[in-house]
Each structure stands twice: as structure tokens, then as C-alpha cells.
Ligand binder design. Sequence first.
Ligand code: AMP
Length: 414
Amino acid sequence: MPFKTLGLSDPLVRGILATGYVAPTEIQSQVIPLAIEGKDIIGCAQTGTGKTAAFVLPILNRLSHEHATKNKHIKALILTPTRELAVQIEQCIIGYGRFLNMRTLAVYGGVSIGAQFSALRRGVDIIVATPGRLLDHMYRRSIDLRHVEVLVLDEADRMFDMGFINDVRKIIAAVPENRQTLLFSATIPQEVKNLAAGIQKHPKIFQIGQEHNPIDTITQHIYPVSKEQKMDLLMYMLQKGGMYSVLVFSRTKHGADKINHRLDRAGIKSIAIHSGRTQGQRSRAMEGFKANKFQVMVATDIAARGIDVEGISHVVNFDVPAFAEDYIHRIGRTGRAEAKGDAITLISRDEDKYLRQIERFIGCKFKMERCPGFEYTAPPMPTRQSEERPHTASHGHKFSTPGKKRFRPRWKRR
Ligand code: AMP
């Protein structure tokens, strides 16, 4: 189905084609026509499904028909949990809307507020914001949300995870009630349902793929290895060839810096991105990684949702994430928009409990593998599965139809 059958305006379709998209993804063909009609929507979409365009295109379509630039009112507000996501959504808006005369601004913390004031004074049609900085602007009266027609909550589950929900509620209270509300979330736990019930009118609900289920295009490998040999194994894999654009995840900032330095010392081009770095450093790291100046980017979970780099060939979990949801978000950085990707998780003995949580979350058991050709100095962790099954030369593991298991979300466990 071509984009023009979705009801989008001609200059917008030209903008989409110029971005390089040929046909809409599943979520786009389902959501866009109804969003254009003004319906409220809940999109439960796996990461990498193309959900950003699913909410950005109807907004651009609506505003282009309204000749939005004639006044200085903010007409659409997109709330998102991380700075990186805010920047990426802003870039999508600019890209798709290149033949429209639309003014967009990403409003996020960690950068000077002065430039944001100036842009706001000139007039902005669409704001993409993280909650903290947006509230700051609202308190300073530099942002007025009284004319917002469309509100988008992106990554709503992550807003809860990151403790933003009270800020989000304050912001929503400042937006007119007769707006259109689009809510997107990778998972829809009860808290998100409750939020939606309070802010939406008869929403249409879309679920793309299985909730909690990593997208089909990602092949997952689990390599048990002693803690002492993790770094050696990572370097071995990187130097062996075939891993040209690799995102390595570390649970801590300190860990991310340490891995980055070790790789750098070994002559592997690498950069780190985490919340301990300035916004400028984070942006430069992202740009460098996107431009293939670095083979590796080492990141913490806080950065995971915001990273949308095309062609990440591999995600490596240097340690197993302590929260199962983070596993989904980490590995979703590869295999984007139906490209193929590999996710490799290095697991040491003390991390088995986390792996079990992930298995419960996605309703599937992993198979343990050995990295072919790597010399293990100590036997890899003897886990339940590696004891039960002999090691085989494996070609990775894809999930088929996971059963839905009950999982206690992070905020309930606190
Ligand atoms: P998202 O789920 O919005 O983060 O999108 C994931 C990736 O898919 C991004 O790199 C988008 O640029 C890309 N993408 C979105 N829609 C399409 C499309 N219709 N055709 C090809 N790529 C797309």
C-alpha cells in the first residue's frame, strides 16, 4: 500500500518519499488513517516498528491543512522520556515535513535554555519535549499550551519507569481537554491503562506484534562467560570481523567508561554515551556513531530508548540488564524497520537471576551458546541449561510464539 492512499497531503507524501520510505509499516497503515480522522489512539508497538511516523505524519497533515504558521501558537505537543528521543523525533518532523512550512522545536534539559527562549519567541507549531524542561518553561511562562490540538505521549511506560509521571500529569492538565491524544507504549501495564482512561476519549487500540516479544528480525545469543573473561570475549568478537556497527550496553556509567577505555586502548574505535556526559558530548557521540566514525558505542540503559541509528549490526549486553524490560529496549536498537540484527548477551554466574527474569518476561527459555573460536580459560558458567544440553554450534535463537506470563513491573517491585 503506498503512502498516498493513507490520506496524507501531497507535499507530505513527497517528504516521506524523499526520506527514503517506500511503503508504510504495519503500525503506520493502521494508525495514520484513524489519526487523520481525529480519533484518540493507543499504540502498543514494539520498538523499531515505525511508530514515530505513525504519530508525526497525522500531526503534520493536520497542521499543513490549517496553514499552521500564520500564528505563533503551539498546536502539537509530543512528550517523550529522553533527550535523544526528543532530538530524533524533531529530526523526523523536519525530514518528513521538508516541503511544508512548519516550525518545530525540541525542548529538553542539559542545554542552555536561552536558545529555546529565542526560538519560542519567534513562534513554534510543534514542540517535542522531555517533561522536566517543559515544566521549567511552563513555570517561566515561556511556553503556553492553551492552543494545543494534538497531544502525543511517546514511550508512556518509560515515563512511569523514569519517575516522570507526576510531571506528565501536570503538563496534561495545562493542555485543552478537547484535544486529540495519541499514546504509544512498548508495553501497556495497568498504570498506563489507568493514565489513558483519564486522558483519552474512546481510544482505538492497536497492538503491533506480541507485547514483550522482541521483534522477529533480531537473532539472540546468550554466551555464558566468567566475569574475568568478558572483556576478552568482547574484544575477540569485535576483532574477528563482521561486527561493524555495535552498541555495547553496560549497567553503570563507570562500567561504560571502563569498557570504552579498554576498547580504545586495544585500537577499537569506540565512544561512550550515558547521563554522566554533557549533552554536547552525547550529541557528538551519536553523530560520530551514525557517521560510522566509531565501530562501537558503549551505552547505559538510560540512553537505550533514544538511540535510533540505522544499521546497528549487533547489540552486545556486556552485562545482563537487571530489569527485564530493559532487555527488550536494549536489543530493539538493532533489527530496526525489518533490517536484520544480532543481540549477544554475556552472562556470568551471578547474573543468572536476571536472565531468568527476562525469560519469564518474554515467556521463552534461552539456549546457552559458546562463542565459536574463543579460548575459554575457565569453564563458562554451568547454568541449568548448559548442564542440561550439550553445547552445539548454534545459529542463534529466535522466539516463535511466546506464552504470555505474568510479570511484575519495576514500579510495583519497589
Ligand atoms: P521507530 O519505531 O519510529 O523508532 O522507527 C524505527 C526505524 O524505522 C527508524 O529508523 C525509521 O526511520 C524507520 N522507518 C519508519 N518508517 C519507515 C518506513 N515506512 N519505511 C522504512 N523505514 C521506516
